[in-house]
Ligand binder design. Structure first.
Ligand code: SF4
Length: 484
């Protein structure tokens, strides 16, 4: 994105609002795409066929513009740390180091190391922490979504809403993915859980549960990413969903609106969305798209065009749920730049920023609750109220909580305590569900020295007990899936 004018630079405000004009970075600056035409670039099939999936393809694309030290760093991360396999669509690759003109061998290395989109799409070993790469309480399914499955892939956590994971793949894989337990291909570190049921049976079981559960009114149709489901099958599922009287809100989760906007610009996809939106309108149901953009550089004219296509097709709103990530956007200016790019440039509503969940090897990305509270404070007052995003903590066994909603906070050990006002689907018979406090943990490196010492003494023990418990839980889940 280029900055056209800067308004407010002389006003003395902590944040200077800038009117921006979206720009598609020039993909021909990368040696591997020197000959790629605008027509190819707009083609979703071309984008899918030219995703960067491994080191060899990255080398073919970038050539010697990046030093070996970066490639080696990336390779080590893939082997020793990565929880997600590599999958970066050209559209997203092209937003890395967008303002640096290559000028010879190695000239993009530093810009790549510093780049926010690279930081979460192509994490390297040296990005990660070496003291505590994972928090002792980090777990593969940190939100315990599988524990709350009402049918395979259908999480019933909140009283009136469910999450339907239709498929376990996406057009792009984010290094920090919360659903790293299930989504994507296995990595040397993480053997992924496999869905056991046939896709048609799983979707039928989800619909069956929703027909039997009238208190559910709101369905997040997700994955993975719904952009990876053929549009005819997605349309069929949504049409059946719209026949269920109690369903009033449908939200389609797709990071691909940003990561591969070309998908949503295809004629058959637009036509399918249009038919669904028309039917939804007739039935008084709201269909919205929830996307996932973490940095202003990702908002390009193609993203705005795809968003407009979805509005034209009759989608009621397009909202952004970003993830708060150190080194990517955990800074008031970066958050506000992103929100204004979304709102002014693409009419995407800034909605939530989630704190990065407690999954393995995520400590370098996570911020403390105290820092999240400070960020929330700093971004107030610049955006319209309706477009001011809430920073939320997804507390295990609780759900989303605004970061100021905690009940108590041990700043020394970095433990925040949270309460809730509803039972999840696994607590129907739990008399203490509504009075208990639930814990969330700050990254240890953000704590005062005394707190870090406490974790040094207790954390390793807790970690091994938790790992044993997690292994047992994973075996139970696998057995339950096989029995499904
Ligand atoms: S798009 Fe969403 S589900 Fe897919 S890898 Fe990224 S965070 Fe995970």
């Amino acid at each position: 994105m280029s900055i056209e004018t800067a308004i407010g630079l002389e006003t003395g405000q902590p944040y200077a609002y800038r009117q921006t004009r979206l720009v598609e970075p020039d993909w021909t600056r990368f040696p591997g795409w020197r000959e790629v035409t605008a027509e190819q670039w707009r083609d979703a099939q071309w984008q899918r066929a030219h995703c960067v999936k491994n080191l060899r393809q990255l080398r073919e694309l970038m050539g010697d513009l990046i030093d070996d030290r970066f490639y080696d760093d990336l390779e080590r991360d893939q082997t020793e740390r990565a929880t997600m396999s590599m999958l970066v669509p050209p559209q997203m690759m092209n937003t890395m180091a967008p303002h640096t003109t290559p000028s010879g061998p190695g000239s993009l290395t530093d810009a790549f190391y510093a780049d926010p989109v690279r930081g979460y799409m192509l994490p390297v070993f040296s990005d990660r922490r070496t003291d505590w790469p994972s928090h002792p309480h980090a777990t593969r399914d940190s939100l315990h979504e599988h524990d709350m499955w009402a049918a395979e892939g259908l999480t019933h956590r909140y009283p009136t809403k469910v999450l339907a994971e239709l498929l376990p793949t996406c057009p792009q894989y984010c290094g920090h993915c919360t659903r790293m337990d299930l989504v994507g291909n296995s990595t040397p570190q993480i053997q992924k859980l496999k869905l056991a049921g046939k896709p048609t049976d799983r979707l039928a079981a989800m619909l069956d549960y929703l027909r039997r559960t009238p208190e559910v009114r709101d369905v997040v149709v997700s994955g993975g990413d719904v952009a990876n489901m053929p549009i005819a099958r997605l349309e069929d599922f949504l049409t059946q969903l719209l026949e269920i009287e109690n369903i009033r809100d449908i939200r389609l989760a797709t990071k691909a609106l940003m990561g591969m906007p070309q998908h949503w610009l295809q004629d058959d996809v637009r036509a399918g969305v249009e038919r669904v939106a028309r039917l939804a309108r007739k039935r008084g149901v709201s269909v919205a798209i929830h996307t996932h953009v973490n940095h202003a550089n990702s908002v390009t004219p193609l993203v705005a065009e795809a968003t407009q296509a979805m509005f034209d097709a009759g989608v009621r709103d397009v909202r952004n749920q970003g993830v708060l990530l150190n080194g990517v956007n955990a800074d008031p200016n970066a958050l506000l730049d992103l929100c204004f790019a979304l709102l002014d440039g693409a009419q995407i509503m800034p909605y939530y920023f989630y704190m990065c969940d407690m999954i393995p090897f995520s400590e370098h990305w996570r911020v403390s609750v105290a820092d999240a509270q400070r960020l929330q404070h700093h971004i107030m007052g610049y955006l319209p109220g309706f477009a001011t995003p809430r920073i939320v903590c997804d507390v295990p066994f609780v759900g989303k909580r605004w970061v100021h909603q905690l009940a108590d906070y041990d700043h020394e050990r970095g433990i925040s305590y949270w309460t809730k006002n509803y039972r999840t689907s696994i607590e129907a018979a739990d008399p203490e569900a509504l009075t208990r406090t639930y814990e969330y943990y700050d990254p240890i490196h953000t704590l005062p020295e005394s707190g870090q010492r406490w974790w040094e003494q207790h954390g390793r023990l807790e970690e091994s007990a938790l790992r044993a418990a997690e292994t047992a839980a994973a075996s139970r889940r696998t057995a339950a899936l096989q029995a499904h």
